[in-house]
Design a protein around this ligand. Structure first.
Ligand code: APR
Length: 236
């Protein structure tokens, strides 16, 4: 597979958006790959407020399993490549991830915005304040309750139909970026899938990396077909 190196000038500002594909080679399943099912459930059945209202135990079993899976894997060469480029670019680098795993942080990234929340945080539905949590809640009796007010505690995850976290802090660096690099996302979930349209309207370079074309492929100025670990370490 051939692609040109991405030469960044000292005035460039790089905005990176990642999706489940960047963690695939660490061993974490993507959402829409291989059927996209968990125990026969579609993600929409376990990742919505309706699912939570109907069956919090099922939802917590799903996220407990995802916590177990994430704890069992390591960051890969693509996560590490992004951490290296951040070391060089400093504040001219911004990483926005749709992933809720912590592999970017464990790969050395410092400036990470988790627009869809974090697997290792939970929050009380009433107090609404996220806190660090690595526990597994897998039975009805074990469902967590808030220490302060006794209300149920939910995963700190942005579910379908909910608004991504702190969008303003994403659009500011997106508006200043000179290059948009998107890695391993199917381009089907908005608003993230629309970042490339915003960037294209501003006329900046927009590059996609992944083994297959995303749904919004036509909006990119370049699509590099290859896996994240094949392409990212050789790109800069
Ligand atoms: N390297 C790079 N990309 C890969 C790799 C790889 N090794 N393997 C698979 N991919 C690509 C697939 O081609 C696909 O385009 O990763 C993408 C994964 O797509 P999805 O499963 O749809 O994941 P994502 O785009 O991150 O999902 C967006 O949907 O369910 C919600 O909130 C959840 O954040 C998630 C959002």
């Amino acid at each position: 597979m051939k692609h040109s190196m991405m030469k960044l000038a000292s005035s460039d500002r790089l905005f990176v958006l990642t999706g489940a594909g960047i963690s695939a080679e660490s061993g974490l399943a993507t959402f829409r790959g291989s059927g996209g099912l968990w125990n026969g459930h579609r993600v929409e059945e376990v990742a919505t407020l309706e699912a939570w209202d109907a069956d919090p135990e099922l939802v917590w079993r799903f996220y407990s399993m995802r916590r177990r899976d994430a704890l069992a894997v390591e960051p890969n060469a693509a996560h590490i490549a992004l951490a290296r480029i951040e070391e060089k670019l400093g504040d001219r680098f911004y990483l926005c991830t749709q992933n809720v795993d912590d592999l970017h942080e464990r790969g050395g990234s410092r400036r990470v915005h988790h627009m869809h929340g974090s697997l290792f945080q939970s929050r009380c539905v009433r107090c609404d304040k996220p806190f660090a949590d690595q526990s597994f809640y897998e039975t009805a009796a074990a469902l967590p309750m808030c220490n302060n007010c006794g209300a149920p505690v939910r995963p700190h995850i942005v579910w379908f139909g909910e608004i991504p976290l702190d969008l303003d802090s994403i659009y500011a660096p997106l508006d200043r970026a000179t290059v948009l690099l998107v890695v391993g996302t199917s381009g089907s979930v908005y608003p993230a899938a629309g970042f490339v349209h915003i960037a294209r309207q501003r006329g900046i370079r927009t590059v996609y990396i992944g083994p297959e074309e995303p749904a919004n492929a036509e909006a990119f100025s370049e699509v590099i077909l290859g896996t994240a670990t094949e392409v990212l370490p050789t790109l800069f």
